[in-house]
Design a protein around this ligand. Structure first.
Ligand SMILES: Nc1nc2c(c(=O)[nH]1)N[C@H]1C(S)=C(S)[C@@H](COP(=O)(O)OP(=O)(O)OC[C@H]3O[C@@H](n4cnc5c(=O)[nH]c(N)nc54)[C@H](O)[C@@H]3O)O[C@H]1N2
Ligand SMILES: Nc1nc2c(c(=O)[nH]1)N[C@H]1C(S)=C(S)[C@@H](COP(=O)(O)OP(=O)(O)OC[C@H]3O[C@@H](n4cnc5c(=O)[nH]c(N)nc54)[C@H](O)[C@@H]3O)O[C@H]1N2
Ligand code: SF4
Ligand SMILES: [Mo]
Length: 769
């Protein structure tokens, strides 16, 4: 079966209308270029949905994929990226040998040379400047075992506080919002809630493009009996918005007024679960007072959302008996990110809509393994959702790793990525180890990011499968084995853990990130307090690492103790917590209304949502939430940059359905690349007329940071707003500057520290050939 459908022209495939928990019919989507001689169990790594796939192998090469019908996530379905992205594994331009920069040029080297150089550099820096001169910038795309290894190397081995992921750019706000409301990371619901829910809310999330398979589930509900009502909040008329019962298109950066306006109407109409609020929450009066100022007329004046539309949306959200909400980058990368995301949690808490079939909140993830970056502490968190402010949690980690607690940096919150880049800029970080991310396309304000990586006194290591915009600035490039070429586990946004088995060998001398980090630990001779090698005495395989990780999660919200490689290899992915009490995982968290907020259990003592100032343990204890969730009321603050006479238009940036990020994989699929060959600037018909721009004209877009040249795409967007996808760097097409991030700002949310990619002020000019 070469291809079960042409997913380029038919993105979501045929409809199978349905209603009812787990009643979604299976459909096996497949794309193979040759008949496989065998299939190997895996899951897709091209978004956070985590669809179960089998990898087809012939003569030691990947020849295709098919969806796994038994998997609870996708019931066999796959989207265009899942069906086509795998061809990148076979690309002839994969990195196969380490590279070292000599006399300005990257030259092939042996692993021995490359690793010795890194170890020598590390030792020199530690001797002269302490391990705080070393920083790690990792990914949301490695495997659980790799992050856990990295976390131990960084925290127990080196003892540097400077480790974070590109997850900071991605879903740091998801974690921050879940922690702020419920005390810990972890999505309360299950995808199966969509099967019976009465209403769905998408805030700043173009799910139709970005989680195509989850959208298929929603499309099938819309095509079945008792379809759910759909509320979409997005300034653009996206694929998702086209299907909405009510589409609110606010001005960018105004999520707080819109959400406050909705909550105000719901409270005013009395659509509240008073018993639930009373028993299970804190902060209702303050929230009520804050949102009361946001009358529909005031919301309309500030956001452009017509008052009657706001009322229509509030009516749906206030009266539905079950509700599933999803939140993503239109919130996380916009003004007041954490504060806005938390308002969606507030909505569910006010109405008691969580912890039961049909209701759930997805503070969505984007990257396939972002959940694990957070769980394992390879970002600015500690492993097992432990609280850096809680000495008992630090002691638990010290016991697990057999090191002194003082070895583990915890005197302040771990350094977030934006600050790591800042320290590189100011010079206190002198070695930056980048793995599984391509910042010279994905970071905001690229001119600044390039200048930082180009610094003479910054030693840059890049661990990737391809040459990228970023490897151009590397001192050492390490060739990485990727998905399909290594075994490991990862967890989707719905707490569902999958195992991905190695199907083929990596090309040339490429090695897994796991092997590289463990090798570094061995060469650095990191030891525990009894003098035994830190990782290497016990960790031979990734399965050893997984088993160590299970112990790290014991008693924590993300409890993996009931899982094993064998169990994960049986059929569907499994949701955590999975332990003796819940051997097959658990569909809902917080069924009893008891949240993860007890002082000794919670992942954080919280922050002020306006300033980000952390709360002390004593302050937290004084509030004594003891299992109750927090309702937070926050008022509006205007974005850091707004259009003015010089830069009269709003810019927003995001994605298209056919590409994943900086296209290192999807750009190597002919089908996907042909479907979306180039960047563009989308502008409203009115604006196009005003500037004399027609479809396809080359347009110069300038902000205070930089300029790009983009062909125009006219229509489908509000006047005053332009959109550029961020996928396109210069690697494969250097004829013009076109990366959206040449234009974006270096500003971030005070709580989650996630940068603001979703708004900037720009001007346009038609360029004559
Ligand atoms: N095809 C594809 N799918 C992907 C990815 C990919 O690169 N390509 N990447 C994956 C990853 S890592 C991520 S993080 C997700 C991202 O998934 P999404 O968050 O759905 O993607 P974006 O296009 O970045 O942004 C979503 C929407 O936010 C809207 N928006 C902009 N500003 C605002 C605002 O102020 N308020 C509101 N309410 N909305 C606003 C934009 O118009 C846009 O439609 O997708 C994942 N899936
Ligand atoms: N303007 C703007 N900028 C954005 C966004 C936006 O919406 N607008 N979105 C932000 C978001 S949400 C995200 S997630 C980021 C994404 O930005 P990046 O993370 O920079 O994008 P990717 O292209 O996914 O980069 C992943 C890199 O890892 C490599 N890789 C893949 N698998 C492996 C592996 O197993 N091991 C190793 N070592 N390498 C591997 C790939 O070849 C690729 O080079 O961009 C952010 N930047
Ligand atoms: S929805 Fe996401 S995980 Fe599923 S096939 Fe598409 S890219 Fe892969
Ligand atoms: Mo992301």
């Amino acid at each position: 079966m070469p291809e079960t459908r042409d997913s380029i022209t038919d993105i979501w495939g045929p409809r199978t209308g349905f209603e009812g928990q787990e009643q979604w019919p299976a459909r096996i989507d497949e794309h193979t270029t040759e008949a496989p001689d065998h299939w190997v169990q895996s899951a897709c790594v091209l978004c956070s949905n985590g669809c179960g796939v089998d990898i087809g192998v012939k003569d030691g090469r990947i020849v295709g994929v098919r969806g796994r019908a038994v998997d609870s996530v996708n019931h066999g379905r796959l989207g265009p990226k899942g069906l086509h992205g795998w061809v990148a594994n076979n690309s002839p331009d994969r990195l196969t040998k380490p590279l070292i920069r000599r006399n300005g040029q990257l030259e092939e080297a042996t692993w021995e040379e490359a690793m010795s150089l890194i170890v020598q550099k590390s030792k020199d820096l530690i001797a002269k400047h302490t391990s705080s001169s070393i920083g790690f910038y990792t990914s949301g795309q490695l495997f659980l075992e790799e992050y856990y290894a990295l976390a131990i190397v960084g925290k127990a081995g080196l003892g540097t506080p400077h480790m974070d992921g590109n997850t900071r750019l991605c879903t740091a706000t998801a974690a921050a919002a879940l922690k702020a409301s419920f005390g810990s990371d972890g999505q309360p619901g299950s995808y199966a809630d969509l099967d019976s829910t009465e209403a769905i809310l998408h805030v700043g999330h173009n799910i139709a493009s970005q989680q195509t398979v989850l959208w298929m589930r929603i499309l099938d509900r819309l095509a079945g009996p008792n379809p759910p009502k759909l509320v979409v909040i997005d300034p653009r008329r996206t694929y998702t918005a086209e299907k909405a019962t009510v589409h609110l298109a606010p001005r960018v950066g105004t999520n707080i007024p819109v959400m406050n306006g909705l909550l105000h109407l719901i409270i005013e109409a009395g659509h509240l679960n008073h018993a639930y609020i009373e028993a299970h929450t804190l902060g209702f009066e303050e929230l009520k007072k804050t949102v009361a100022k946001w009358t529909p007329d005031r919301v309309e004046r500030l956001t452009g959302v017509p008052a009657d539309k706001l009322r229509a949306a509030a009516d749906i959200l206030g009266t539905c008996k079950t509700l599933v909400s999803t939140v993503l980058q239109g919130v996380y990368q916009s003004m007041q990110a954490t504060a806005s995301a938390v308002q969606v949690n507030n909505l569910h808490l006010l109405r008691g809509l969580l912890g039961h079939d049909g209701s759930g909140i997805y503070q969505m993830n984007g990257q396939p393994t972002a959940q694990n970056t957070r769980e394992c502490g390879a970002d600015g968190d500690l492993p097992g959702f432990r609280n850096w402010g809680n000495e008992t949690h630090i002691q638990e980690l010290a016991d697990l790793w057999n090191v002194h607690p003082d070895q583990i940096p915890h005197w302040a919150p771990p350094t977030h990525a934006m600050q790591i880049w800042r320290y590189c800029e100011t010079g206190s970080i002198k070695m930056l180890w980048i793995s599984g991310t391509n910042p010279l396309v994905s970071m905001p304000d690229l001119a600044r990011a390039r200048k930082i990586l180009a610094k003479e006194d910054l030693f840059v290591i890049v661990q990737d499968a391809f040459l990228t915009e970023t490897t151009k600035y590397a001192d050492v490039v390490l060739p990485a084995a990727i998905w399909g070429e290594k075994t490991g586990c990862f967890t989707n946004v719905g707490r569902t853990v999958h195992i991905s088995h190695r199907a083929v060998n990596p090309p040339g001398e490429a090695r897994s990130d796991f092997d590289i980090f463990v090798d570094y630990s061995r060469r650095m001779d990191f030891r525990d307090q009894h003098g035994a090698p830190l990782l290497t005495s016990t960790w031979q395989t990734t399965e050893d690492a997984f088993n160590a990780w299970r112990e790290c999660t014991r008693g924590r919200p993300c409890d993996y103790t009931g899982m094993s490689y064998a169990k994960l290899s049986e059929g569907s992915g499994i949701q955590w917590p999975c332990n003796e009490e819940f051997p097959d995982g658990k569909k809902h968290l917080y069924e009893d209304g008891v949240f993860a907020t007890a002082t000794e259990y919670c992942e954080t003592y919280g922050e002020d949502l306006e300033t980000g100032a952390p709360r002390s343990k004593e302050e937290y204890q004084a509030i004594n939430p003891n299992g109750r969730a927090f309702l937070h009321g926050v008022d509006y603050e205007p974005p850091h940059e707004e259009p003015d006479e010089q830069y009269p238009l709003w810019l927003t940036t995001g994605r298209v359905v056919f590409h994943f990020h900086t296209r290192t994989k999807t750009g190597r699929s002919k089908a996907l690349q042909d479907a979306a060959p180039d960047s563009f600037v989308q502008l409203a018909t009115e604006d196009a007329a005003r500037y004399g721009i027609s479809e396809g004209d080359m347009v110069e877009v300038t902000s205070r940071r930089g300029r790009v040249l983009e062909p125009a795409r006219v229509g489908g967007i509000e006047p005053g707003l332009v959109f550029i996808p961020f996928h396109y760097g210069y690697w494969d097409k250097a004829d013009r500057p076109r990366a959206a991030n040449e234009l974006t700002l270096t500003e971030w949310d005070p709580v989650s520290k996630q940068p603001h990619f979703k708004y900037a002020a720009v001007k346009l000019r038609k360029v004559h050939a």
